[in-house]
Design a protein around this ligand. Structure first.
Ligand SMILES: NC(=O)c1ccc[n+]([C@@H]2O[C@H](COP(=O)([O-])OP(=O)(O)OC[C@H]3O[C@@H](n4cnc5c(N)ncnc54)[C@H](OP(=O)(O)O)[C@@H]3O)[C@@H](O)[C@H]2O)c1
Length: 331
């Protein structure tokens, strides 16, 4: 019988398996104008942690006892909707259900011949768009400038770093293992990379890796790494605040340094970034990403976990850095 994963309780601190519950749901009946979807690939993303709390944010919180949802590639296995045929693959922000019906709203067809289907959850999806639009709309890196990326080996960070190399920048990043540091330099072309977990003096390491200071900071992580970065920003630096995974599981409000004096002294711009605010620019951004991929200038990593019931564990593992690149659960 088909499974659905619901939010059993709101996580306190780091999420755990008991925060989730798998329930059996009947196979939906397909009404007029609807399609029956079978889940094929499910994206797990750090931002889902915010939606598991009941705090207000740019997206509403998940409801207790109701299905969680995220980016999904699904196969149309039955169609009573003229826009979709049996065998089509679609992307949508969909509930964590093995089977579900849909009236087609919010679905977008994806072509498995053009690219592996999982790529539409990563570099050819919100991951690529986040990297590209964070840079083009806020960071605006110029050739010769130094770009510093926290969470550099992550899905977003690794794409952002490669784009900055294409644009002729010096690119430096942090990651949580020696293996990821090596990947940043050998696979993604970073000029320098720092293992933030083993660094004895991050301040010194950043100074050494960024001898001309930092012009653009692409922040995926927040926390301690970001605090050190402020000491290295140049005049008119641009700071893209994209994610704060280091503090998503904090129970109390984290203490942090006052950033205002740094921003004033350096006439720097620090801006929160939410990719969906730039939805009108998605087609143009996607076109550029696809072109760079076709030219062999962009590559990506994925960690694929198998089994519908592994979705909660795969999500939890993001906070342990167990993924290399986009974390995807394949059903
Ligand atoms: N604003 C937006 O519109 C938007 C859109 C997409 C994503 N985001 C944000 O961008 C960030 C990156 O997303 P993603 O999809 O690229 O992530 P991801 O591929 O899912 O990677 C998560 C990685 O975060 C690192 N991490 C986990 N806990 C950490 C900690 N305490 N301190 C430092 N690093 C930690 C781990 O790598 P290590 O091994 O290196 O620790 C882990 O592999 C996230 O914060 C996400 O919420 C924002």
């Amino acid at each position: 019988m088909p499974q659905t994963i619901i939010l059993n309780q709101r996580p306190v601190g780091k999420p755990k398996l008991t925060d989730f519950k798998s329930i059996i749901t009947p196979l939906p009946v397909v009404g007029p104008g609807e399609v029956l979807l079978k889940a094929i690939h499910v994206s797990v993303d750090p931002y889902l942690r915010g939606r598991m709390s009941d705090a207000k944010s740019y997206l509403p919180p998940f409801e207790l006892g109701k299905p969680l949802s995220s980016g999904m590639i699904a196969e149309v296995i039955e169609s009573r909707n003229d826009n979709y045929s049996k065998g089509d693959y679609v992307f949508g922000l969909l509930p964590w259900s093995e089977y579900q019906s849909s009236d087609g709203s919010g679905l977008r067809k994806v072509d498995g011949q053009q690219a592996p289907l999982t790529a539409y959850l990563g570099i050819l999806g919100l991951t690529g768009l986040t990297a590209y639009l964070g840079l083009s709309e806020i960071g605006k890196p110029k050739p010769g400038e130094t770009v510093f990326i926290s969470g550099a080996a992550e899905a977003v960070g690794s794409v952002a770093g490669q784009i900055c190399k294409i644009l002729g920048c010096r690119v430096v990043g942090t990651a949580g293992s020696d293996e990821k540091v090596e990947l940043l330099k050998s696979q993604f072309g970073f000029d320098e990379a720092i293992n933030y977990k083993t660094a004895e003096d991050l301040n010194k390491d950043i100074a050494k890796a960024c001898p001309n200071g930092i012009d653009v900071y692409f922040d995926n992580v927040g926390g301690n790494i970001s605090e050190v970065v402020f000491f290295h920003i140049n005049s008119f630096a641009r700071l893209i605040i994209c994610g704060s995974i280091a503090i998503y599981n904090e129970i109390s409000r984290p203490m942090s340094i006052a950033v205002q004096p740094f921003l004033i002294k350096k006439s720097a711009l620090m801006q929160g970034f939410v990719v969906r605010d730039f939805a009108p620019k998605f087609p143009e951004a996607m076109q550029q990403i696809a072109t760079w991929m076709a030219e062999g200038k962009l590559t990506y990593n994925e960690t694929i976990v198998e089994g519908f019931d592994m979705i909660p564990q795969a999500f939890i593992d993001l906070f342990e850095g167990k993924n290399k690149g986009k974390m995807v659960v394949t059903i």
